[in-house]
Design a protein around this ligand. Structure first.
Ligand code: ZN
Length: 145
C-alpha cells in the first residue's frame, strides 16, 4: 500500500474537482456525474488530495461567504446577548469523523447544546452542500470535501 497514490481530477464538463484513488476505473465526477475527467495532480496521501480538491472547489472568499451567510441568522447574532456564537462551518467540521463522513446525530446534539435547533442544522447542511463543501452520499449521509 506504500505506493498507493491519489489523484485530483478535473471534470471536462462542469470544471469542478473530484478526487479518487489512482488507477480507479469507474470514477465519475462527484458534481455532475460525467465520466470525462482529466487528472490534474497526483498525491501520495489521501488527506493532501482531499485538501487540494476542497480548496480547488471552494476558494477562501466563497468559504467566507458561506460562513457569513450561515451566521447572519438573527438568532445566531452575538448582539442578541448570547455569549456563544455557533460557527456552523466549524461545528460541521468538528462533527466529521476521520474519514470525512459527517455524524449528523452528533452535529445535531452539539448544535442543540448551543441553542440551535435541528431544522437550523439541516439548513446549514443544505447550504454547505450547495456551496460544495459537503457531498451527500446517501440518505442522511454526508461527507466533507
Ligand atoms: Zn462534473
Amino acid at each position: 500500500m506504500a505506493d498507493q497514490r491519489w489523484d485530483m481530477l478535473r471534470c471536462d464538463s462542469c470544471g469542478r474537482a473530484s478526487g479518487g484513488r489512482s488507477g480507479q476505473r469507474s470514477i465519475a465526477c462527484r458534481h455532475c456525474g460525467s465520466a470525462s475527467l482529466t487528472i490534474t495532480q497526483s498525491f501520495d496521501n489521501a488527506g493532501k488530495m482531499a485538501q487540494a480538491v476542497s480548496s480547488a472547489n471552494l476558494p477562501p472568499e466563497i468559504r467566507k461567504e458561506v460562513e457569513d451567510a450561515l451566521s447572519r441568522r438573527p438568532e445566531l447574532n452575538p448582539s442578541n446577548g448570547s455569549s456563544i456564537r455557533p460557527n456552523p462551518v466549524r461545528m460541521i467540521q468538528s462533527a466529521a469523523k476521520d474519514d470525512g463522513s459527517i455524524d449528523i446525530d452528533l452535529l445535531v446534539r452539539e448544535a442543540v447544546k448551543v441553542g440551535v435547533d435541528e431544522d437550523e442544522v439541516k439548513r446549514w447542511i443544505e447550504m454547505s452542500e450547495i456551496e460544495g463543501a459537503l457531498i451527500r452520499e446517501g440518505p442522511g449521509e454526508y461527507r466533507l470535501l
